[in-house]
Design a protein around this ligand. Sequence first.
Ligand code: FAD
Ligand code: ZN
Length: 469
Amino acid sequence: MDTPTLIEHFSGLLGSHNVIADASGMAPYLEDWRGRYRGDALCVVRPGSTAEVAAVVRACAAAGVAIVPQGGNTGLCGAATPLAASGAVIVSLARLNRVRAVDTDNNTMTVEAGCVLAALQERAAQAGRLFPLALAAEGSCQIGGNLSTNAGGVQVLRYGNTRELTLGLEVVLPSGEVWDGLRGLRKDNTGYDLKHLFIGAEGTLGIITAAVLKLFPLPRASATAWLALASPASAVRLLNDLQAAFGPQLTACELVSGISLGLVLKHIPGAQAPLAESPWYLLVELSGGGEESELREALEAFLGDALERAAIDDATLAQSGEQAKRLWALRENISEAQKIEGLSVKHDVSVPISRIPEFLERADAALLEAFPDIRIVAFGHIGDGNLHYNQSKTEAGENAAFIAAQPAVNRIVYDLVHELGGSISAEHGIGQLKRDELVRYKSPVELEMMRAIKRTLDPLGLMNPGKVL
Ligand code: FAD
Ligand code: ZN
């Protein structure tokens, strides 16, 4: 099929209003959230059912045309953006947005890929359950995108990442066949667990059209505190103390450097320092089923003891939901404050939790030696060993040259991450951004297994080409 015939074919399948081929209509689909990547496409299609997705994929496969699945387009690695002059068809999943079933006895819900994450959190709450995946893009990202990037967020410590929240998938394969793997089973040892191939695959192996997700009891009580401490090593020790004391009630444990908080206080209206200045802070949240006052008292007692034995330097406990929100806003506004301050080189890395102090000490020292006068903004999910580790020049005027040196900055950070047994992408994925880095840090054996899977499922190489591999 030539291009006009393919577009006509899609219009026949989906209705012409669900096929976008004009430049202005396509524009928002062709650029990524950060504005770093722009691509081209033949058209954008908006199928409304699994059968329509399959029909679109079959037509693309027959015509040898590449496919780029796109959810909420909030990804941070250019994975949902087509390549330049790609001739690809963007398949937007936005219209597949039905919740097919909620099973409160099985504690699962079966949802379509285009459901917006916040809508699923709400739907679960209406059923008296918690769907715990939570991240700052939740108002626009879609569950299909969360699955395809295996998204993390701030409650991974307690509930796991998207992979751990998923029991089953429905996927349109690159051939156009539909795999119905929508099982709501917690135990199923019948050979290879294929859903895990598609979770985190960034749309390179097929299009996820639906999923069975785990639900949890809605926690009735929570307690939130902001702590000051001297070093990342004290933070790791305190994390272990918190886990020993509270077990699964420890829902979040976020590390914030003094520099990160400083940017929030400078740029975010209404932000207030919760404690006297300190080099490091921890934001801690407990949640559970008991009385709120009991949980708060338990955390207060723990913090009192930690202060006494000098495990922390200071602490403040939120006395209301409103105060807890204000503490969380300090953590959640770090990226925004950094954006206002200027461009930065960003990393999203993980190392074993025990090696976080060594990572920060050595990476800081090596970077400051190579690039004097940079500012290092370190924060993140210490309970998952995952740090957001970003650098910029303190003088905005000098920043352009520093940003241009990104490959050298990456080398220092990623080589150390690799040496410490870590990952160059803990949360955001590979996409276009880290594709070439992947080749450097995965072993040849691992890369060849990945390529073999890709060749087997997508022999024509039509699913999201130029991403990941
Ligand atoms: P998109 O950006 O549209 O797509 C992402 C990838 O998935 C692409 O490769 C695309 O091709 C593929 N894809 C999308 N839908 C499908 C489908 N149905 N089938 C197959 N492939 C598909 N990430 C975290 O892990 N933790 C965070 O805390 C976090 N915070 C964020 C905060 C902000 C403000 C922003 C903008 C992003 C954040 N992210 C975070 C990045 C995160 O990856 C995305 O927000 C989200 O998971 C992507 O969902 P999306 O629907 O926007 O996917
Ligand atoms: Zn994060």
